[in-house]
Design a binder for this molecule. Structure first.
Ligand code: SER
Length: 323
């Protein structure tokens, strides 16, 4: 029987993952936690405030809940990490090592996301292989590579079943991302519906990997349910779905909103981050080892984003959006 504790559960992935895991394993089997007070984010069942930098508190909550799995999502994303590199290092590294340490003590399994950011400018860009030169140039990327190695270490040294995925940019409408370089691909939908136009902080031809959130949530669940014997890599699997540029996304949006306008005012920090990442990941190992398969392509994702956002935005905004 699974009992899953989630850290960073109020974030972009955690909000949707908690809901899907509750449906799959039962509401009482999932404990979403976040450093933010649950009053502000948890409406659908038990949840706790937990700072994963506090090792004793983490150990206590994991033991009291009787967790079998920890899904560790708490992290600072790429652009925010460049604003506060030391803080990002502390949160991303100390949080993960605490989770792995408690997992080693309690026998929990661990899921934690890595990222396209684990690659750097010397990595082959199209595609970036599963096993290749990494050497990222951002603090976020440094913590992601180190995190991948830490997971390998805790597996080899203490037998912790730590698994992970290198996610591309994730697009969703339920909870906003924050402080990421790929966030433009979410911001653009909000701007389209609110103003019919968007000023992009990346150049029009900046190509990056992306994935729609339902595929990402399914990838997490499928990886964690895959038999260990089928996994050669276990940790840090490349996974991807789409590869598009801001200009291509804008064109896909115009299918639904012909008057949509975009202009470009590249932010040097985020442009440099994006330029240091690969254009496309080779995710054939994930496809072969545990059957990864994405469902959403760009047109499906755009249609579903408009459907989802219109449903949650004020009716007045939704009604005027297509004009
Ligand atoms: N979405 C992340 C970011 O932009 C990359 O994993 O920072």
């Amino acid at each position: 029987m699974k009992r899953i504790l989630i850290t960073g559960a109020a974030g972009q992935i955690g909000t949707e993952l908690a809901s899907r895991l509750r449906d799959r394993y039962g509401p009482g089997m999932i404990l979403p936690t976040d450093i933010r007070d649950p009053v502000s984010w948890a409406s659908l069942g038990p949840a706790e405030r937990l700072d994963c930098l506090d090792l004793d508190a983490l150990r206590t909550v994991v033991r009291r809940f009787g967790a079998t799995d920890i899904f560790h999502l708490a992290a600072i994303l790429s652009a925010a990490a460049e604003e506060s590199p030391l803080r990002a290092y502390q949160i991303n590294m100390d949080g993960l090592v605490n989770v792995l340490q408690v997992a080693a003590e309690t026998g929990c399994r661990v899921f934690t996301p890595s990222s396209i950011a684990a690659f750097g400018p010397e990595t082959p860009s199209d595609p970036a292989p599963q096993s290749t030169l990494q050497r990222p140039t951002t603090m976020y990327g440094v913590t992601k590579v180190a995190g991948e190695l830490l997971c390998d270490y805790y597996h080899a040294r203490f037998g912790v079943d730590a698994r992970g995925l290198r996610f591309p940019g994730l697009v969703s409408y339920t909870a906003p991302p924050g402080g990421g370089t790929t966030d433009y691909a979410v911001d653009i939908f909000h701007a389209a519906l609110e103003r019919g136009r968007y000023t992009c902080f990346l150049k029009p031809d900046t190509r990056m990997d992306m994935m729609y959130m339902p595929d990402a949530i399914r990838a997490i669940i499928e990886l964690m349910e895959a038999p260990a014997a089928s996994l050669v890599h276990r940790n840090a699997f490349n996974v991807t779905a789409m590869h598009f540029t801001p200009a291509e996304l804008a064109n896909a949006i115009r299918v639904h909103m012909p008057g949509f306008e975009i202009d470009y005012d590249p932010d040097p920090v985020r442009q440099a981050i994006a330029d240091s990442w690969p254009e496309r990941l080779d995710d054939s190992e994930a496809r072969e080892q545990w059957g990864w398969r994405h469902e959403y392509e760009l047109p499906d994702m755009v249609a579903d984003m408009f459907r989802g956002l219109r449903a949650i935005l004020a009716p007045e905004t939704a009604a005027t959006a297509g004009r």
